[in-house]
Design a binder for this molecule. Structure first.
Ligand code: ZN
Length: 462
């Protein structure tokens, strides 16, 4: 009996190592990298829609491995059966071991346990600290409050990289034809993200915390609280698969007066219109599903570049992922243009600042973000865009001129928080307000562009 328990324990241990190695095989084959702790966190906390998209993408690469695994499992069953019958145990055990060995990556168990510990710590931190900001105040003020209606929007995109949007005038595919035709729209050519994963980028964009002090964001309220302090109604309109609709990150949504989660990006503009009708002073954060892996967010009429990885799954082509990505950008172009047009039609003082949370790496049949501790430029060189209404230009000509002046200046996500406040002419407590950190100011302060790595702890200067 003792012998049976001992052999079963060894089998059990081997199976655990085998499974952990399989997870690693998935990321090695899918991303050509050992998986990062942040990526594991993203998988665990992601909405099922997002996880299923990523899983489908990975499965296409690794299906042959899993077929071999199934055969291996059949042999394991045979091994255990032989063991119980006390016959041919050694032969069965040896065959199973030999079959398992090619899949066992020695570093995987340690890597995955370390990643698992990180995930546990992150979730524990969120649970412990999600209410740490309860007495926090921005002491926000406005020097002048216009009599007219005002709407300000912080639009947060998903995985949009700078080099693929044709509004940059350097991409030969017309991926953003509608944005290119917008007047009063300003694109920043040298803007970097400060993280390559949404769960790091979003809290920093919403609280103004920088990569070297990431965990400090728990002590601050989000930007909605600053707008609220000066009399704005605040609303979050988010795709339901995005971060603030999951049970771990919903703490970022609690400062908004109104929360709307929509099933599709196309439902964001109707919600903006509803809110705009009934509020005099309005601040909205819109969070898109956008161009997240595996680039399924688009309608049929956006299938311009073929073969598309999702629409033409049977055609093997090195450009299929890039085509799918560009097709989804065409759809994002429509979503963002519609938002601008709805603000234009509101005929009020309105300004809109769009930023992607991070970029995307696509090379042949490999794509993703946050999968490497040595991120590629495509993962952090992303678009920042600002649009304002004619009414806004009349009230804030200086801000508009300054924003245009800085279009080519090297900046990063650390500038977004104070820029959005300044866009609405809001200043916060002197201990938090920093001069030169808003694109609407005359002079910009030089700042190293720092990126938080996917472990959520280390950062690098870009
Ligand atoms: Zn993201």
């Amino acid at each position: 009996m003792k012998r049976v328990i001992a052999i079963l324990s060894i089998y059990g241990l081997l199976l655990c190592i085998f499974f952990l190695s399989l997870i690693e095989v998935t990321t090695l084959v899918g991303y050509h990298n050992f998986f990062t702790a942040g990526e594991l966190f993203a998988w665990i906390t992601a909405n099922p829609n997002e996880t299923s998209d990523i899983a489908q993408y990975c499965m296409r690469f690794i299906l042959p491995y899993y077929v071999i695994c199934l055969l291996t499992f059949a042999l394991i069953g045979w091994g255990i059966w032989s063991l119980i019958r006390n016959s041919k145990t050694i032969i069965a055990g040896s065959i199973v071991l030999l079959l398992l060995l090619p899949f066992v990556i020695p570093s995987s168990p340690a890597n995955i346990f370390k990643g698992g510990y990180y995930v546990w710590r992150q979730i524990r931190n969120i649970r412990q600290h999600r209410n740490d900001n309860i007495y926090f105040k921005y002491n926000a003020t406005r020097s002048h409050v216009p009599d007219q209606r005002e709407i300000y929007v912080l639009a947060i995109g998903e995985s949009v990289r700078y080099k693929n949007i044709s509004i940059n005038k350097n991409y030969d595919r017309e991926t953003t034809p509608l944005l290119s035709r917008q007047t009063n729209l300003c694109l920043y050519s040298d803007y970097y993200a400060n993280a390559t994963l949404t769960q790091h980028a979003l809290p920093m964009l919403l609280t103004g915390i920088t990569p070297n002090h990431f965990e400090e964001h728990f002590k601050r309220k989000t930007i909605a609280a600053a707008f609220y302090e000066v009399g704005f109604k605040t609303a979050l309109i988010s795709h339901h698969a995005q971060l603030m609709n999951n049970g771990n990150h919903d703490y970022l949504a609690k400062d908004f007066d109104t929360l709307v989660f929509v099933a599709h990006d196309s439902l964001i503009v109707p919600e903006i219109n509803k809110l705009a009708k009934s509020n005099e002073k309005l601040f909205i954060v819109t969070h898109y599903f956008g161009n997240h892996l595996a680039y399924t967010n688009r309608t049929e009429d956006c299938l311009v570049w073929r073969p598309d990885y999702n629409a033409d799954p049977t055609i093997s082509n090195d450009s299929a992922l890039l085509n799918a990505y560009d097709n989804s950008l065409l759809y994002t172009d429509r979503m963002l243009s519609e938002a601008i047009e709805s603000l234009q039609e509101a005929k009020c003082i309105a300004a809109w600042l769009f930023v992607s949370d991070h970029g995307e790496y696509i090379n042949g049949n490999i794509c993703g973000h946050g999968f490497s501790y040595s991120p590629q430029k495509d993962e952090y060189h992303i678009p920042l865009m600002v649009w304002c209404s004619d009414e806004y230009k009349v009230v804030h000509p200086e801000k508009v001129a300054n924003a245009i002046k800085h279009q080519g200046t090297p900046i990063c996500a650390d500038y977004v928080f104070l820029s959005v406040l300044d866009m609405a002419d809001i200043r916060i407590d002197s201990t938090l307000q920093q001069e030169g950190m808003s694109i609407f100011e005359k002079q910009l302060k030089y700042k190293d562009r720092t990126l938080l790595l996917p472990d959520g702890e280390r950062s690098i200067i870009l």
